[in-house]
Design a protein around this ligand. Structure first.
Ligand SMILES: NC(=O)c1ccc[n+]([C@@H]2O[C@H](COP(=O)([O-])OP(=O)(O)OC[C@H]3O[C@@H](n4cnc5c(N)ncnc54)[C@H](O)[C@@H]3O)[C@@H](O)[C@H]2O)c1
Length: 282
């Protein structure tokens, strides 16, 4: 794999692009929102400046990385001559299905199409294409340059070769790769983690104690590096809600019902760090 297209340049897409550039790959970046695409190079430039301040990169390296990044405002142009697509657009099933249908039409036959979805079925996404054997889940964690884990998730028709190629890429990027056997909602980490966050929102909703106290308790009592509400703000409360909704819809089990307060927070635009306010102000 030499040239990779990242679709969606929000917090995950930006992080994935950063680690790919540092890994020596050429990257095309596409986002449907012009402002998100325009913000990409300054955002990555800032991250590289921090590496320089810490003595972990020099100007020549940074310029080389930035020269390997091309931003495209047309998906058609971005998809030409690409070995792998990593899709990191908004967590919405209809949006991803329509994106994969388009990518399937635009990309060369041998291009692998991977989704960074947190919870949506890879089999369902793959069914939108005529190459389900070349579609896989490649689930990075936030923030991508810091978090070690990469989950690789096959759909029902995904070829072993496809998963193997994505695993090899992940290992080259220095990630700890965990292979998932079955395409089940939430895979492993989000199946366990996101209901825990939702439970913290329920504790807040019931008035058992305040947001500060919940986070303080989980940090000191469960040894978590940050509390669940601060984590929800970091992930994006809209993304947390979308994952809970997928777990609920797919399993049809009431234990996965999203907290009403989480729904109201998202409706009010309190998405967390990315909107400036969530359970905490930023
Ligand atoms: N936030 C997390 O902690 C996290 C962790 C792992 C995986 N994910 C997954 O990564 C994906 C992206 O999440 P995020 O947190 O970066 O969200 P985000 O809101 O920061 O970014 C999403 C980006 O997708 C763009 N977009 C929307 N529709 C598009 C389209 N049709 N074509 C191209 N771009 C489009 C938006 O403009 C935005 O820039 C989601 O599937 C999410 O579930 C998120």
């Amino acid at each position: 794999m030499k040239k990779i297209l990242v679709v969606g340049t929000g917090q995950m897409g930006g992080g994935i692009i950063q680690v790919l550039l540092q890994g020596g790959y050429r990257v095309n970046a596409y986002d449907a929102v012009a402002a998100a695409l325009a913000a990409l190079k300054p955002k990555i430039g800032k991250a590289f400046d921090k590496l320089k301040e810490k003595g972990k990169a020099d100007d020549a390296q940074i310029n080389g990385w930035l020269d390997s990044l091309t931003t495209c405002d047309s998906l058609e142009a971005a998809a030409a001559d690409i070995d792998l697509v990593i899709e990191a657009a908004t967590e919405n099933v209809d949006l991803k299905i329509s994106l994969f249908k388009k990518l399937d039409e635009l990309c060369a036959k041998n291009t692998i199409l991977a989704s960074n979805t947190s919870s949506i079925s890879i089999t369902k996404i793959a069914a939108a294409t005529k190459r389900p054997e070349k579609v896989t889940g490649m689930h990075f964690f936030n923030p991508v340059p810091v978090m070690k884990l990469l989950e690789i998730i096959p759909g029902l028709h995904t070829a072993e070769e496809t998963c193997g190629a994505c695993q090899a890429l992940g290992e080259k990027l220095g990630k700890t790769v965990v292979r998932i056997n079955i395409d089940a909602p939430g895979f492993v980490v989000n199946r366990i983690l996101v209901p825990m966050i939702n439970e913290a929102v329920l504790v807040l909703q019931e008035g058992i104690t305040g947001a500060d106290a919940i986070d303080k308790a989980m940090a000191a009592g469960a040894n978590h590096p940050m509390g669940p509400l601060a984590l929800s703000d970091l992930i994006g409360n809209d993304t947390v809600l979308a994952i809970m909704q997928v777990l609920y819809d797919e399993f049809q089990d009431p234990k996965y019902r999203p907290a009403l307060l989480l729904k109201r927070m998202v409706a009010a635009g309190k998405l967390g760090r990315k909107s400036g306010e969530g359970f905490f102000p930023y």
